[in-house]
Design a protein. Structure first.
Length: 356
């Protein structure tokens, strides 16, 4: 199994440590630890190692599933990875909707074959017919993020339902990474609630501002969930006990307050970025979540040149569109603290005016 370098993570590792301002972060600003009870007693494993049965049952209720169909993981990234390894075998074919987070294409491509179905600006609409045309007799899986990372496109439930009907008809599966779903003003039903051939992955990192908790989950029919458990024994064994403890509080009595505050914060910051995009004649799709994918300003050859020169001149980190397969764009994260966002936008504007 060969896998390519994770281009976004390598880019961030090169530039983030020495930067003043990080505007490539893809989640909501982190919540302070002191709003949670952090006392878990002994720092051992979560027992059983797929997560507390009571907590898994509470998560399962959100999807209309049983606790046995939920596996807790070390973040959504592990949930996606374990689902791929549990479901796919050599020779299997996957259809991946792009642009997307690289691992959602690279991992299934390392196991079998992948065909990407590209969505395009300005609206990044997904054609279900295009997905159907990309499928083969050996297609095992269709993959997408919803809302999308990096575009922020949030597909309507009708589209996701049509994808589910398609995979059900073709004896395949649908995996939807929904880590940004709860930032939508009115989130629609999750994919896993549509039936046994859909899986949802999610976690508390992006929508809840708890990336450091490293707590995610996958919801899948029990046979597949059991295979995920088997693979998980070879990776992290147990989700972090402190992360589960924090997540139980965040998804419990604190959830309404956390989500209301994070949605207000995301909306207000999105308006700031929208004004910036208009001021500099950039194009973007106004997103759900906290990621935008604008065009690069005039005067720069591609996303990498724009982002590299911005770092060199202004010590601000953005993510070039090349890491998502779209070299004429860049990803900006606007979930960070507002004062940091405003300072970053001011520096980006100065760079455009000076060098663009």
């Amino acid at each position: 199994m060969e896998i390519p370098p994770f281009e976004l993570e390598r880019w961030l590792d090169n530039y983030e440590p020495d930067a003043d301002l990080m505007l490539a972060e893809s989640g909501v600003r982190s919540l302070p630890a002191d709003r949670f009870d952090l006392d878990v007693g002994e720092l051992g494993y979560v027992i059983p190692t797929d997560g507390s049965p009571a907590f898994r049952a509470k998560i399962a209720e959100r999807y209309g599933r049983d606790a046995a169909e939920v596996v807790l993981t070390c973040g959504t990234q592990e949930a996606d990875y374990l689902t791929f390894t549990a479901l796919l075998e050599e020779g299997d074919h996957s259809v991946v909707v792009s642009p997307t987070y690289q691992s959602l294409a690279s991992v299934p491509a390392a196991i079998g074959e992948v065909t990407e179905v590209r969505t395009e600006p300005p609206d990044w609409e997904l054609s279900v017919d295009a997905v159907a045309e990309a499928m083969r007799p050996e297609t095992r899986l269709v993959v997408l993020t919803n809302p999308s990372n990096p575009t922020g496109k949030y597909l309507e439930l009708e589209t996701v339902q049509a994808l589910y009907d398609l995979v059900e008809d073709r004896d395949a599966f649908l995996l939807v990474d929904e880590v940004y779903r709860m930032l939508a003003a009115d989130p629609h039903a999750p994919a896993a609630s549509l039936g046994p051939r859909a899986m949802s992955t999610a976690g508390v990192s992006k929508s809840y501002g708890l990336a450091g908790a490293r707590l995610g989950w996958v919801v899948a029919e029990q046979g597949l969930a059991d295979r995920v458990r088997k693979w998980k024994d070879y990776t992290t064994i147990s989700p972090p006990i402190i992360g589960q403890h924090i997540a139980e509080q965040a998804l419990g009595e604190q959830e309404a307050d956390i989500l209301a505050a994070n949605r207000r914060h995301a909306r207000a910051n999105r308006e700031r970025v929208a004004e910036f995009v208009d001021r500099y004649d950039l194009e973007w799709y106004e997103p759900t979540g906290v990621n935008g994918f604008p065009t690069i300003p005039d005067g720069f050859e591609n996303g990498k040149e724009f982002c590299r020169t911005l770092f060199e001149a202004e010590s601000v980190v953005l993510a070039p569109g090349e890491v998502f397969g779209y070299p004429n764009r860049f990803r900006i994260g606007f979930g960070l603290h507002t004062d940091e966002l405003e300072a970053g936008l001011e520096r980006i504007g100065r760079h455009i005016e000076t060098y663009g």
